[in-house]
Design a protein. Structure first.
Length: 210
């Protein structure tokens, strides 16, 4: 091989290596680094004159968070949580248990500690658990979720004001906007979501038709 051919060959290899490195960087970028989807605040619905219609519209907007996969994975319908944006069955195989925190020998806190552990991709927050069966979101329409959120027999005995406070301050709710590397956060931010729920409650807590 001539000197010119060797130089051209070396340049070609270098270009391929750089291109491969760039592709690896772009494809391995954590999904959690993506910008959160838009979430409009209560002011965006101020022009709706009918209070009931405005209230339902506020809940539909809040539903972008409520029905997001960060929430649905733990508000699961069955005995086993799901994970990821594709709602795949949780691995390892874990079960709800009597109190939503797993069965003896395989409790949620065995793996899920008080904070995310990004080195191994493990999400975490204090008191990690499945939501009660009465608070299931996965597989239910937004109207069905709205009805159960208002029902004190199914929402943990909370008043509407307490629900607004719950979504504004509960660490497990707030985790949805800081889910760790590789996970898409819930839309918008926690303050906007809390404001939507508060405004929904204050306008009569009307539910959407579907």
């Amino acid at each position: 091989m001539s000197r010119r051919a060797r130089i051209l060959f070396g340049l070609g290899v270098a270009i391929l290596l750089v291109a491969g490195a760039l592709a690896l960087i772009l494809t391995s970028r954590p999904a959690g680094a993506q910008a959160a989807a838009e979430l409009r605040g209560p002011d965006a619905f101020a022009a709706i004159a009918d209070p009931a219609a405005r209230s339902a519209a506020l809940f539909v907007e809040a539903g972008k968070v409520i029905q997001h996969q960060r929430c649905r994975n733990c508000h699961a319908a069955g005995d086993r949580p799901t994970q990821g944006d594709d709602a795949r069955p949780h691995v390892p195989i874990v079960r709800r248990g009597d109190d939503g925190t797993g069965v003896p020998g395989l409790r949620c806190e065995t793996c899920h500690q008080a904070a995310n552990y990004d080195a191994v991709g493990m999400p975490g927050q204090k008191d990690w658990a499945l939501a009660p069966r009465s608070m299931v979101v996965a597989g239910r329409t937004l109207a069905e979720v709205c009805a159960q959120m208002k029902d004190e027999n199914r929402n943990g005995g909370r008043s509407l004001a307490q629900i607004a406070q719950h979504v504004a301050s509960d660490p497990l709710v707030l985790w949805a906007w800081a889910p760790g590397a590789g996970r898409r956060p819930a839309p918008g931010d926690s303050a906007t979501f809390a404001a939507l729920i508060k405004a929904w409650a204050e306008t009569g807590a009307q539910c959407p038709a579907t």
